[in-house]
Design a protein around this ligand. Structure first.
Ligand code: SAM
Length: 324
């Protein structure tokens, strides 16, 4: 989404019981895995595919900002829900100037700092400067915690994290306030999140009205009995997401039309919304080499004989035909 020149601010500090601490505890306890261990993982290829998708989104938007503002502009970025810093290398490759890394999980922020220190140590070029904020971005105004509160951001990135804020309207609003308040007019907000319509479709309640769960041996989505489903609420539509080795905690459906409307209150206009399956096809032309290098497709014969978790996310046959 792109930031308009006019924005409204909504102050929301409503205190209520919520799952933030459950989410923070979950991510705080995640163990750092070594490269060898990661390769053994049943979700190795899916993680690589997700990483490739993020690389393409980030690379594309940085190119676009530079086209619009001049190739030498210094870019300031906010990585909202940065986790352990899985995108630090992408910011380095994108040659940005400064990155504000924020996450609710303190241990992840510590790991992110360590990774940044290693990157800085290793890098021969002038790596970006960075700052780290451990905060619930759906409850706190993180600009108040920034080294320079007036810092103008060119880009806000929220990868696989926005859905946690859809627990309540005030939380989604605070998250959007954090996206928007320091974003330059003409600046961009990019992100990846879950597709509520797809999740509801997969529950298959038309055929099985009692269904509250779907998945396979690697992942599952299960709605607890106290989440109404006919229809689900716009906020607080809680489900438990389990993904082998990585995630085991509550998330919330993001009703996209509501998200879009709310985002427009914060001065953001939708530029593009694409499902992963379309995005992969769109990006093959430019991103083919990186895709192969990242081994994101080896899960599909003839690239390997493991059955990919993401098989129904990406049309592998189409991708394969394209690459052949
Ligand atoms: N963006 C990273 C990436 O793509 O590798 C991490 C994604 S991980 C699936 C989701 C992250 O969102 C976790 O690090 C979690 O701690 C963070 N998160 C969840 N709720 C949050 C909140 N309210 N405020 C800030 N971070 C949050």
């Amino acid at each position: 989404a792109v930031k308009d020149t006019k924005t409204e601010n909504t102050d929301s500090n409503e205190k209520e019981h919520c799952v933030g601490s459950v989410v923070a505890n979950h991510y705080n306890q995640l163990l750092e895995r070594g490269v060898a261990e990661r390769k053994e993982s049943r979700i190795f290829h899916m993680r690589n595919l997700n990483n490739w998708i993020k690389s393409r989104i980030i690379g594309n938007i940085l190119d676009r900002i530079r086209r619009e503002n001049g190739s030498h502009c210094r870019l300031n970025v906010l990585d909202l829900g940065c986790g352990k810093g899985g995108d630090l290398l992408k910011w380095e490759r994108g040659n940005v100037h400064h990155v504000v890394c924020a996450d609710i999980a303190e241990t992840s922020i510590e790991q992110c700092k360590d990774r940044y220190a290693t990157l800085k140590h290793r890098s021969r070029s002038n790596v970006f400067s960075a700052e780290f904020i451990a905060a619930d971005c759906s409850k706190e105004n993180i600009m108040e915690r920034m080294a320079n509160r007036e810092l103008k951001l060119d880009l806000v990135s929220c990868q696989f994290a926005f859905h946690y804020s859809f627990e309540s309207l005030p939380q989604a609003e605070q998250m959007l306030a954090n996206v928007s308040s320091n974003l330059q007019p003409g600046g961009y907000f990019i992100g990846t999140t879950t597709d509520a319509e797809d999740i509801m479709r997969r529950l298959g309640r038309k055929e099985y009205p009692e269904n509250r769960k779907f998945g396979n041996s690697i992942f599952s989505v299960e709605f607890p009995i106290d989440t109404p489903l006919d229809p689900p609420p716009l906020f607080g539509a809680k489900y438990n997401f389990h993904l082998e080795e990585v995630v085991d905690c509550p998330e919330f459906l993001v009703h996209f039309p509501t998200f879009q409307k709310l985002a427009s209150k914060y001065g953001l206009t939708l530029v593009q919304k694409t499902r992963f399956e379309e995005f992969v096809i769109q990006e093959l032309d430019q991103g083919k080499d990186l895709l192969m290098r990242m081994k994101a497709l080896e899960a599909y014969p003839p690239y390997g004989n493991q059955r990919p978790v993401s098989q129904d996310v990406v049309d592998y046959e189409h991708v394969q035909e394209y690459l052949d």
